[in-house]
Design a protein around this ligand. Structure first.
Ligand SMILES: C[S@@+](CC[C@H](N)C(=O)[O-])C[C@H]1O[C@@H](n2cnc3c(N)ncnc32)[C@H](O)[C@@H]1O
Length: 243
């Protein structure tokens, strides 16, 4: 092994599976908004709740009078029901947040959405007057290195809805009647040690075997000098109010 190989080999052993630059918590503003706007009188709906991360990791059941989580995938709702066993003010339902839900108009004071697709008019209908819609969304350009090789990836990651721009997102919200209170854009990089880590990670976050049989396309991804594969993240935290 020559010096170059020795140095690179040494360095590579220091690289963990996935890192990001800068080291930011992309969900910080979203979570803090949910906590700072909480009230013991308020009810919260978390759409596309997945494993209930938004509710459970932030202890929202203790900050709100009632918390409700919905997701289109029954297995996610099963996990949430299991996690919420014994909680008196939490309920979880299988529901499609892109369609008219079964809830009555004005059922909630806050609606949260971390990455799921939604129907803006339905979110408006579900909120009480003065209520907040708090969302964290992928923007056009998010995952761009992977999406360029797997064009169906943005649909998978966005739940069959392509990522939009801040303008299109805000227009959809305004057209539904919302007033935009805050719009915070974040751009950062994910750095994957190798293709295998990248593949496993995407399959985990999309719940899909999106690369199946097409793994060779991953070989064309650009690499940093140390061999890590950079993937752009481009997100927006939005807080909209039902005026
Ligand atoms: C990227 S995951 C985020 C999960 C969770 N909010 C979190 O951040 O941990 C997106 C979630 O939205 C759900 N989802 C996708 N399309 C949906 C739809 N039309 N209605 C409701 N949920 C949906 C998926 O099943 C998945 O759990």
């Amino acid at each position: 092994m020559d010096e170059r190989e020795l140095i690179m080999d040494h360095w590579k052993r220091k690289i963990t599976g996935i890192q990001w630059e800068p080291q930011i918590d992309y969900k910080l503003i979203f979570c803090e908004a949910l906590k700072s706007l909480a009230d013991q009188k308020y009810s919260l709906l978390d759409i596309g709740t997945g494993t209930g991360r938004v509710i459970f990791e932030n202890g929202l059941d203790k900050l709100y009078r009632k918390v409700v989580g919905v997701d289109i995938r029954p297995e996610m709702i099963e996990i949430c029901r299991e996690k919420s066993r014994g909680m008196k003010n939490a309920e979880f339902h299988v529901m499609d947040s892109t369609k008219q839900t079964g809830f009555q108009a004005g059922s909630f004071d806050v609606v949260s959405a971390m990455f799921p697709p939604f129907d803006a008019k339905e979110m408006y209908r579900l909120l009480n007057r003065g209520g907040y819609f708090i969302l964290l969304s992928s923007l056009k350009g998010d995952h761009k290195e992977v999406v360029s090789r797997f064009p169906d990836m943005d649909q998978v990651a966005a739940g069959k809805y392509s990522f939009g721009t801040v303008k299109s997102l805000n227009t959809a919200l305004r057209n539904a009647g919302f007033k935009i209170v805050l719009s915070n854009i974040m751009r950062y990089l994910w750095l994957f040690r190798d293709e295998e880590v990248l593949k496993q990670f995407y399959e985990k976050i999309t719940f899909t075997k999106v690369f199946d049989g097409r793994e060779q396309r991953l070989a064309g991804l650009t690499r940093n000098i140390d061999g890590r594969i950079p993937v752009t993240r481009f997100l927006c935290t939005t807080i909209a109010r039902k005026a």
